[in-house]
Design a protein around this ligand. Structure first.
Ligand code: HEC
Length: 121
């Protein structure tokens, strides 16, 4: 009998711990990604002033142009590009769909015809 109780207690403890871990993972998953920081680290590296690929900040395009870029041109224009000379990961693999969504929101929210046009300083 004592054994069964111990077993039950251990099982309950394991379940509790597992529940905690799962809850933490869920939190991390839904944590809001910061589009501005992501833009700086994932886009500005190639689109700063004087960059060969041309300077782009949110306010360089209007909302419609950003939408068209993300819907139609992003994959075409960025496929094959590596993140940097030292990191050969492809840009389109390095930027996950969730990251791209946050970056897109940052660009659209700061577009030239938005309420708060934004550079990426
Ligand atoms: C590794 C360098 C690199 C990274 C990182 C990068 N780009 Fe580019 N981007 C380029 C190059 C090169 C072009 C020009 C492609 C062409 O003209 O075919 C370009 C083109 C563009 C254009 C113009 C596309 C068009 O339709 O003419 C926009 C807008 C743009 N990038 C935005 C972004 C955004 C937003 C990000 C981040 C999600 C990003 N880029 C990340 C290199 C990069």
């Amino acid at each position: 009998m004592k054994r069964i109780l111990t077993l039950l207690a251990v099982t309950a403890l394991v379940l509790l711990l597992a529940g905690g871990v799962l809850a933490d993972e869920k939190k991390a998953d839904t944590k809001k990604l910061d589009g501005k920081s992501l833009y700086k680290t994932s886009c500005k590296v190639c689109h700063d002033e004087d960059s060969d690929a041309g300077e782009y900040t949110p306010m360089y395009l209007i909302i419609e142009q950003w939408d068209r870029f993300f819907d139609e041109n992003y994959v075409d224009t960025h496929t094959g590009l590596a993140v940097s000379e030292s990191d050969t990961t492809k840009v389109i693999d390095a930027i996950t769909p969730a990251m791209l969504k946050a970056i897109r929101k940052f660009c659209v929210d700061g577009a030239a015809d938005s309420e708060h046009p934004m550079t990426c300083g």
